[in-house]
Design a protein around this ligand. Structure first.
Ligand SMILES: [Zn+2]
Length: 74
């Protein structure tokens, strides 16, 4: 049961990552294996989704970073 839920969450997260990635312009940035903010391993699905765009934070830290940026730049 728990595994089914986990898999569904992973699939949803991956789908979300791909939707987010599709909205972002290609930046050609590096894709890190660990989050530069918290040091957690960035899931392979996220790294694959962000390949060619750049990804140096985990989903949580990127979300915090984006919200912070949104406040700064409106
Ligand atoms: Zn993080």
């Amino acid at each position: 049961m728990a595994d089914d839920v986990d898999m569904a969450n992973d699939a949803m997260l991956l789908q979300l990552e791909q939707q987010i990635a599709a909205r972002q312009p290609a930046q050609g940035g590096a894709v890190a294996e660990d989050c530069e903010d918290c040091g957690e391993v960035i899931p392979e699905g996220r790294r694959l989704a962000m390949a060619g765009r750049g990804c140096t934070r985990c989903i949580e830290c990127q979300g915090r970073h984006d919200r912070k940026r949104a406040v700064i730049y409106g």
